[in-house]
Design a protein around this ligand. Structure first.
Ligand SMILES: C[S@@+](CC[C@H](N)C(=O)[O-])C[C@H]1O[C@@H](n2cnc3c(N)ncnc32)[C@H](O)[C@@H]1O
Length: 286
């Protein structure tokens, strides 16, 4: 059951630091579409060295309905290099609530495209919260787009033709996302935006070493990216930041791709035999 909350995030724009977030009012505007325009917000702004961003969150258990730690961590970094985003076009992958992309909208990016394979209603509602009072709404400065990394070539026609940055926070958290996220950014840089590949900025909270190993192995063996670690301004024991620069001349390690593939196939066969043996054993016991 979705529980929609309106939340406000505070950032210090001098220290480039996340301060706090608070719940403003509980509402299920997602269900009351005709009322959406009425629930607007005049309080997204940057002044007195404080930047406040209002969004909606869904506290049910679906991944991405709330803001993850890596997102506020990424926001701090984006604030610290905010001049880079002025008049630039940015895509956020696995946006969830879209906090990072929406911050860039307020930092005067030319266009932010918030994408996910879920949370479309949530993102659309948050988009409405930002746009109140903005005369440039017709310029589509915030776009909400469905984009699923599992089918990276299925891209809506409304995606921008040129993109400067792709940002993502907490998008590598299981074996499947480690693989599919890389497929998606590889596709975007080598196909869709081939003529001018965007810079990728990722904020990552390591949890399972197996997942991280799979990610870094695939990145090394099967992709054309150079990874640059970014030193966080306030230091951080929990998450890390890196940028990925697409370079088609980076050699893929094909041999190791095959080794990895054989290893996965071998593991699958082993586990299938194991499950069958276990099943037979249980059956005999009965
Ligand atoms: C852990 S959440 C992080 C959300 C947000 N970036 C944050 O840091 O607060 C991961 C997000 O990735 C999205 N995601 C997972 N698999 C995806 C896929 N195959 N295609 C697109 N988005 C995906 C989820 O829907 C979710 O919103």
């Amino acid at each position: 059951m979705a529980k929609i909350m309106r939340r406000r995030y505070y950032f210090n724009t001098v220290e480039n630091k996340y301060i706090k977030s608070e719940t403003i009012v509980s509402t299920n505007i997602i269900e009351e579409k005709e009322d959406q325009k009425k629930i607007v917000n005049q309080e997204n702004n940057i002044n007195n060295n404080i930047c406040t961003i209002n969004i909606f969150e869904d506290s049910s258990e679906r991944t991405g309905g709330s803001v993850y730690y890596a997102a506020t961590f990424l926001c701090e970094y984006l604030l610290s290099i905010r001049h880079e985003f002025k008049h630039k076009c940015v895509i956020e992958l696995g946006a969830g609530t879209g906090l990072c992309g929406l911050l860039l909208y307020h930092l005067k990016a030319k266009q932010v495209v918030l994408t996910d394979c879920d949370h479309m209603k949530l993102l659309n509602s948050s988009k409405l919260l930002q746009e109140e009072g903005d005369d440039n709404i017709k310029n589509e400065k915030i776009l909400i787009e469905y984009y699923n990394w599992m089918v990276p070539n299925e891209i809506s026609d409304t995606f921008p033709t040129e993109v400067d940055y792709v940002i993502a926070s907490d998008v590598i958290y299981d074996a499947s996302t480690a693989e599919t996220f890389l497929n998606a950014i590889q596709y975007l840089c080598s196909n869709k935006y081939k003529s001018k590949p965007p810079k990728i900025i990722v904020s990552h909270q390591p949890r399972l070493s197996g997942v991280d190993d799979a990610f870094y192995e695939k990145l090394k063996d099967d992709c054309n990216f150079i990874l640059n670690q970014i030193e966080p301004i306030h230091g951080n024991p929990v998450a890390n930041l890196f940028e990925l620069i697409y370079d088609p001349t980076v050699k893929k390690n094909r041999k190791s791709v095959f080794l990895r593939m054989y290893r996965v196939i071998f593991q699958e066969i082993f586990f299938t035999f194991f499950k069958i043996s276990l099943f037979k054993f249980n059956f005999r016991q009965k």
